[in-house]
Ligand binder design. Structure first.
Ligand code: ZN
Length: 185
């Protein structure tokens, strides 16, 4: 992260904007994905985060008087394992609510750290204040995602998976029993 720390306010804002654009898009995708997994609560969390990051993006663009996000800067979400393993297309097939929340936590931490560095850098007070504000909000997003992971195990697919496993095992036992000619309902 430090190697790409921008040097000017303009660069900082461009990078921050790219970060918010990426977060907005990823959260909208995750919300849709969780919806197809019938995890309404997690879908709603991601939809809420998509809206907040979208507001950050608009706020930055307004401050800089940009009509579109600058193309010069880019930011990509990465998996907790690091950027090398990230192939977002592939992830969609594997992603459970648990993985989605881990992914969100990881990238929210990156965002918070980025803004915290800026808040501590030698920059105009207004920029540092705005960075500190965004850092605080990103920390809140980390807490939200952690709270969901801890507090709602039923949402994370573990319970559903283990129930499914049990019912599959039961079905197999019934099958075996019926083959042995000993079926009792
Ligand atoms: Zn965030």
């Amino acid at each position: 992260m430090s190697r790409m720390l921008p040097r000017t306010v303009e660069q900082f804002m461009a990078y921050a904007c790219a970060m918010e654009v990426e977060a907005t898009e990823r959260y909208a995708e995750l919300a849709e994905l969780m919806d197809t997994h019938h995890n309404r609560e997690v879908a709603e969390l991601f939809a809420k985060l998509a809206r907040i990051e979208g507001k950050h993006r608009d706020q930055i663009m307004q401050q800089m008087d940009w009509s579109t996000p600058p193309a010069s800067s880019s930011f990509r979400w990465e998996t907790p394992e690091g950027p090398e393993t990230t192939d977002y297309g592939d992830l969609h097939y594997l992603m459970t609510p648990y993985h989605a929340l881990k992914l969100a936590q990881h990238n929210e931490r990156r965002a918070a750290e980025f803004f915290e560095r800026f808040a501590a850098a030698r920059l105009p007070t207004a920029v540092r204040e705005s960075a500190a504000e965004m850092a605080a909000e990103e920390r809140e997003h980390v807490r939200d995602a952690v709270a969901f992971e801890r507090g709602l195990p039923g949402l994370l697919g573990r319970e559903a998976d283990s129930r499914k496993l049990v019912s599959e095992q039961r079905a197999q036992l019934v099958l075996v029993a019926s083959e042995l000619g000993d079926v009792r309902q």
